[in-house]
Ligand binder design. Sequence first.
Ligand code: BES
Ligand code: ZN
Length: 623
Amino acid sequence: MTRIAGVLTVPMLMSCAAGPAGSGGSPSRDLHSYANSAQTRVTHLALDLEVDFGERRLSGTCTLDVDGQDGDLVLDTRDLTIASVDVSDDDGQSFREAGFDVGPADPVLGAPLRIQRGAAGKVRVAYSTDPGAGGIQWLAPRHTAGRKHPFLYSQSQAIQARTWIPLQDSPEVRVTYSARVRTPPELVAVMSAEMLSGTARTGEYEFRMPIAIPSYLIALAVGDLQFAATGERTGVYAEPGVIEAAAREFEDTEAMMQAVEELYGPYRWGRYDLLVLPPAFPFGGMENPRLTFVSPTVIAGDKSLVSLIAHELAHSWSGNLVTNSTWRDFWLNEGFTTYLESRIQEEVYGPERSTMEVSLEVEALEDELPSMDPADQVLHVDLAGRDPDEGVTEVPYVKGSMFLRTLEHAVGREAFDSFLRDYFEKFAFRSLTTEEFEVYLDSELLSSHPQARQSISVREWLYEPGLPDNRHVPVSAALDVAEEAARGWADGTLAVGDLDTEGWTTQHWQQFVRTMPEALEAERLADLDRAFGFTDAGNAEILTDWLKLTVSNQYAPADEALENFLVSVGRRKFLRPLYDELMTTEAGRKRAAEIYSKARPGYHPLAIQTFDGLVGWAQPAGE
Ligand code: BES
Ligand code: ZN
């Protein structure tokens, strides 16, 4: 997980503060939306879109059902071209033209679209997207597995839905949606919704999401896709060359669903499918309802990285069912989900694996914390005037889950599980702030556990930097084995041949590589490489840890692998440490610039936003 620093300037801070509050009436609590949703709420969206790969454009209409007080409707947009706006007073039977204006654009928030709606119940916006829309990646055929067809996918979280749909782009607002999508023939469209009809022959698809969801969960992808079932209500979409490996890798999805249902109550979304994206996808996974998007880097061949599926599946409860009200409450989505993820892993693969995964996460947090501004170490993080992307660090994920694990430890598993089940039931299909959670936690759990209430300082967990002393962190004995092996080899007491690596999992190898001393001679690295084949590792987690080590030691035999990896993979979690490491030396900076210029055309807009600054990319004149 990454944060971007220094992308926002001072005027930006001011416009951000003035933007949403200036929308009239009582402002919403969400600083990242212009929508006047406190007065007027959108309840349903009907999309009718044409996908044009040649122009890299979506165009068509979005018809919004609107409820609430009469008056103007303010929507979020960013880089959209608005052709016209019509409104209907008779439930869509007839439309008439309405006045509208697009306010000044903020680089992060975009521009408010103010529509003179009066008392109309339906508003239809005709629009098209920009080829550089931040929420859509258009991929040329060479950036796909099959290399024959183009691919497109959306990434709406956190505030990118407004770059491809004019809407109230706040997690406090839930909408149902329907969509008609026209694609070039031969390509398949999928959405975070039920597919009602559609074939690649005609390129006409219809979707329906009858359950109200926040805007950041609206998703679309179009490509050369096949489907394989992995269970009664689970399956995988992927390109033809990837589908078999994907179906095998993710065959435990149904077992995960059963485990989580048993713990926290029924799965409420019908089907649960996965969509494997091209490697440019900047995240490991995205919990789009009914259709989680995943990076192909999760397919390791041995199911060793499927905790990511457990994570995205868990969002069907924490996030998609009970949603953070604003992006400062993001830890309510990710901390709960990271906690649930470890519980699912424990049920399906046993406590040893789950504990190893938790330990690695905790180490990642402890590594990141010292370099972070104390204000950003807080769960209820202050994002005023900032891009919500800046709040995506290890803190909401790992500190958040640590808080929940500490509560579980203090009140006992049974009481905590029952508290969580009630929480998901009580707040189902609603959004929640940190303060609301704090009140609920106290009245529903801590008031009946006075000892826990005394020993755990909830306010410190939620509102202060660092990690409270009384945190509960499970210890992984299994990882110690890998750590000792690494130490033994590093201090010369053990040769590679002496290392007993029988039965090691990905997590052992990660710990082994991470424990290596920072400085190692080329022959020493070659010794490891010959024995364990790290440079050729097909596992992106292990490869990233290894390449970081080879970069810091300028180990030339891994140069080619480094370049191939950085050019073909766009997942920020992997790119970040490698570019960071390259940037620490003069020679490395030169290599980073060379590699980046090759890789950049294949990166997602979000990755470009992160790494342009990091590698000091200077746009060639005239681009
Ligand atoms: N919802 C997130 C991805 C995300 C967060 C996208 C914020 C945009 C803004 C997803 O569930 C996630 O957390 N992905 C992680 C996976 C993980 C921690 C197992 C990722 O992609 O690395
Ligand atoms: Zn998540």
